[in-house]
Unconditional design. Structure first.
Length: 119
């Protein structure tokens, strides 16, 4: 888990659209039934928020946090973290890019000789 600078947090948080909304809106009990409307309402606030991406980055870095952050539910952030982890595993499995090997120098006779070694 990464640490987020408190100064940066205060900087973007003060600009968040949710500062002027009912905090309970962002903590639905579930994403189904009557709570579904609450989840949709919270996401609507996030959709017009100027710091939505900062908020989402915070929520992803902080680990499991409850409620709607950056326009995503707890389940959506869990899925995002899983996708990111799988992408890192795939990237680690890819062979590293290799430096092209220089061909050996040709001698006057047309035969290949090993490149001169540094003395």
């Amino acid at each position: 888990m990464r640490t987020i600078a408190v100064d940066h947090l205060a900087e973007w948080w003060s600009l968040a659209a949710c500062q002027h909304a009912d905090p309970d809106l962002f903590f639905p009990v579930s994403g189904t039934g009557p709570d579904r409307a609450q989840l949709v309402g919270a996401k609507a606030v996030c959709a017009r928020c100027p710091v939505r991406s900062d908020c989402l980055r915070y929520a992803l870095a902080a680990g499991p946090v409850q409620g709607v952050w950056g326009g995503t539910s707890e389940e959506e952030r869990r899925l995002l973290r899983q996708r990111e982890a799988k992408a890192r595993v795939r990237a680690a499995r890819r062979p590293a890019a290799t430096t092209p090997v220089r061909p050996r120098a040709a001698s006057r006779r047309g035969c290949l000789e090993p490149a001169a070694a540094d003395s």
